[in-house]
Ligand binder design. Structure first.
Ligand code: HSE
Length: 347
């Protein structure tokens, strides 16, 4: 079966996903019987291309690598903005990967509404629309018999959201605790190794972990967005960003790091959801944990989440939390989930 895809936002994740299709397309066809064809890409900086007959992922990746834009890709249709790509493209599934805005959720939310109104499934790793508008978007999708895949919004391709929503829900998730921001964990790890805060942040940006505006990472907004997503999707508690008691890592000094080390402890930015008075208490804050704590050994951009459940006790997932291929993989997982649950979606 063939699925046609339109990608909105062709930064690290979009290109990582295109690389996965370029390098693993034949295996996906053999393993799952699916062919994913990119028909459109729209990016505010790199330009916009559409060809209903399909675009070669190699051409897209090479164009961006060589010239920084998509101008040299030969196509019948070009110049569509994100909303136009969502509406007009010949895609079955729109992949929304524009930049994250955790205050307004735009422009991504508008792109997703446009895609659903046009009868297209949506896959996104963009935290803005999911943290701020998931209930509305999920209802829109449901009314139309469409799917929204959001696996990559938390811990990139490490299977956190679908595992929690489908495989652990019956176990009764009571409490969630995790290291949910790769950039902060990378910075804290590098500072322990002697790097300065500035150098470590610079490295995290170069490695593609950090948000376009890294304040979203270091001030804890990104982790708070993930806590909100997990509360809404896994625990069914409709909290918003303002409900998270949030502190970032920008106030931590080399002296704080050294002091923790001398005490046999380590700083981690920890997101927590725990029951309180019929609702949940949600927080993101730097915490000093003993080296024996299960989260203490999670270093670099690696993330971890512990789901405390009624029937299984603690279940901990550890894996990549950011990165182009790692997040690109989450897109593939959501696409295959659509193939599994909505088998008539392609053609
Ligand atoms: N900036 C995020 C992080 C990317 O560092 O974890 C993945 O959401």
């Amino acid at each position: 079966m063939e699925y046609k895809l339109a990608i909105i936002g062709f930064g690290n994740v979009g290109q990582g996903f295109a690389e996965i299709l370029r390098d693993h397309g034949p295996r996906l066809l053999e393993q799952f019987g699916v062919r994913y064809t990119i028909v459109g890409v729209s990016d505010t900086l790199k330009g916009s291309v559409h060809d209903a007959a399909g675009l070669d992922p190699s051409d897209l990746i090479d164009a961006v690598r060589l010239s920084g834009n998509l101008d040299g890709v030969d196509v019948p249709d070009r110049g569509w903005d994100g909303a136009e790509m969502a509406r007009l493209s010949s895609a079955d599934i729109v992949i929304e990967l524009s930049y994250t805005d955790l205050e307004t959720g735009e422009p991504a939310t508008g792109h997703i509404r446009a895609a659903l109104e046009a009868g297209k499934h949506v896959v996104t790793s963009n935290k803005g629309p999911v943290a701020l508008h998931y209930a509305e978007l999920a209802a829109m999708a449901r009314e139309r018999g469409l799917e929204i895949g959001v696996e990559g919004t938390v811990m990139s391709g490490t299977p956190t959201v679908l595992t929690g929503m489908h495989l652990l829900r019956a176990a009764g998730i009571k409490r969630v605790q995790g290291i949910l921001n790769g950039t902060c964990n990378y910075i804290l790890t590098r500072m322990e190794e002697g790097s300065t805060y500035e150098d470590a942040l610079d490295e995290a940006q170069k490695k593609g972990y950090a948000e376009a505006d890294p304040a979203g990472d270091v001030e804890g907004f990104d982790a708070a967005g993930k806590v909100v997503i997990l509360a809404n999707l896994l625990m069914g508690v409709p909290i918003g960003m303002d409900d998270v008691d949030r502190t970032g890592i920008s106030g931590l000094t080399p002296a704080d790091i050294a002091e923790a080390r001398e005490a046999g402890e380590r700083w981690k930015l920890i997101g927590t959801l725990e029951p309180a008075d019929g609702g949940v208490l949600a927080s993101v804050r730097p915490e000093r944990v003993p080296l024996s704590h299960p989260l203490a050994s999670v270093g670099g951009a690696t993330n971890a989440v512990t789901y405390s459940t009624e029937l299984l006790g603690d279940v901990t997932l550890v894996g990549p939390g950011a990165g182009r291929i790692e997040t690109g993989y989450s897109i593939l997982v959501d696409l295959l989930e659509i193939h599994r649950t909505a088998p008539r979606a392609g053609r």
